[in-house]
Design a binder for this molecule. Structure first.
Ligand SMILES: [Fe+2]
Ligand SMILES: [Fe+2]
Length: 433
């Protein structure tokens, strides 16, 4: 085990060298994540209990299944992070981000525990929610899928061989694309669907914060994958692509089974076909991020993404997307990925030759208290944008003497993603763009 800077990100060791910084993009992501701090106490569940009382039995069943999934979902991700990712991603700046992510996963666990305690007053039923990964088949299958991928690299102490590195990359892809990027996104979509019906604003408000965190976690994981690909392109061969496609197909099947359970009572306004379309759409988005051909080239479904794409009446700030080749645009913050919904809308508009007038960038509001304070003066918004740019671009670090100029092979950006900013959690659903 060596503390020196390794040649490649996945080389074994425990690197402790932060200067010169080899991967400033991870440090930027860490700094951006720190700005997005929120607390469970700021989420207001006050109106949710009244909503639960007026829901139909089918809707209540959906909510109870969701709560049972939430009860353990983030703990599974946290375990993989601590037991696998932290061990093998050998850059101290990346491990700083992983430390922050681990805190955020704990925060999500606390949020869903509070949700469970609020929604499920009966102690025996609470115990059943935590036992759902064993007792409820649709949740058990999803958990088994996750556990199998955690176990797939548990015995690996070092990534010495090509086969071991491929196995690690597959674990990383699974947790980013299938678990955070599909299981969790589907769960968020149900929450936003309910909010579009005027239900559970407390849950939807908190989900907006979780959604933002999970989007950042995905962006980090995909950036690690892009870095590994630049450094070791031979890992990303046809066999790996086939495994990724099979993994995503299995994840869709697991989530579709969960959806069939959730909607088994017949929830008005939402069909199994729509959910499946959304899952396939999400999977194609993840494949595109991995620079792989979409599986079914499914168009963006109408109902779920419109509810899921803009949590909390968010404002959106355009910023570069990481990890994909192409032209770099601007120097905005990189802390958040594209909204899938907006990305597809822009693509369709481009295909149709539509000219879109871009909105002026809005100031970043990274804290709920800020968000509740109403519009900021223009000068304050500009100041926030300057701070965001300074935090985001590694080239700025070099210019200001706070670090070296980035190496020429830093990830290029071929588009933008957005920082998702929030108004008050209970401000209502932005059901359309
Ligand atoms: Fe999480
Ligand atoms: Fe996460």
């Amino acid at each position: 085990m060596t503390a020196a800077r390794p040649t490649r990100l996945l080389d074994p060791g425990m690197c402790l060298t932060l200067r010169p910084m080899a991967y400033p993009q991870f440090f930027d992501m860490y700094r951006a994540a720190i700005k997005n701090t929120w607390t469970v106490e700021e989420v207001d569940f006050a109106t949710d209990l009244a909503d639960l009382a007026r829901m139909t039995p089918a809707e209540r069943h959906l909510v109870h299944r969701l709560v049972a999934f939430f009860a353990t979902g983030d703990s599974i991700v946290a375990n993989n992070l601590a037991l696998n990712l932290y061990r093998h991603i050998n850059a101290p700046e990346a491990r700083m981000y992983l430390s922050r992510q681990l805190y955020e996963e704990a925060l999500h666990v606390q949020f869903y525990l509070t949700l469970l305690d609020t929604y499920v007053p009966d102690h025996a039923e609470r115990r059943r929610a935590f036992a759902a990964i064993d007792a409820i088949p649709s949740i058990r299958h999803k958990a088994a899928f996750c556990m199998r991928w955690i176990d797939s690299i548990q015995a690996l102490d070092r990534l010495d061989t090509r086969s071991q590195r491929r196995q690690f990359v597959l674990n990383l892809i699974c947790f980013a694309a299938c678990i955070e990027g599909l299981f969790f996104f589907a769960a968020f979509a149900y929450v936003y669907f309910l909010r579009s019906k005027g239900l559970l604003h407390g849950l939807a408000g908190g989900t907006s914060w979780v959604f933002r965190d999970e989007s950042a976690h995905m962006a980090f994981a995909f950036e690690v994958i892009a870095t590994a690909r630049r450094e070791e392109p031979e890992l990303f061969d046809a066999a790996l692509e086939a495994e990724v496609r099979a993994m995503l197909a299995e994840a869709i099947a697991c989530e579709a089974q969960f959806a069939a359970d959730l909607l088994s009572g017949g929830v008005a306004g939402l069909s199994l076909d729509e959910v499946r379309a959304y899952l396939e759409y999400c999977a194609d988005q993840r494949l595109a991020t991995l620079r792989l051909r979409p599986a079914v080239r499914r168009e963006e479904p109408v109902r779920l993404p419109r509810a899921a794409g803009r949590p909390g009446g968010d404002q959106l700030l355009r910023a570069p997307r990481l990890g994909l080749p192409g032209r770099r645009r601007g120097r905005g913050s990189r802390s958040m990925p594209h909204s899938d919904h907006r990305q597809a809308g822009a693509r369709r508009a481009k295909q149709a030759g539509t000219v879109i007038r871009r909105k002026t960038h809005r100031a970043a509001r990274t804290h709920p208290r800020d968000a509740q304070a109403g519009p900021r003066p223009r000068e304050a918004r500009r100041a926030v944008r300057r701070r965001l740019r300074a935090a985001a671009d590694p080239r700025d670090l070099g210019r200001r003497g706070r670090g070296p100029d980035p190496p020429p092979d830093l990830p290029q950006c071929d588009g933008e993603y957005r920082i998702i900013e929030h108004r008050a959690p209970a401000s209502g659903c932005a059901a359309s763009t």
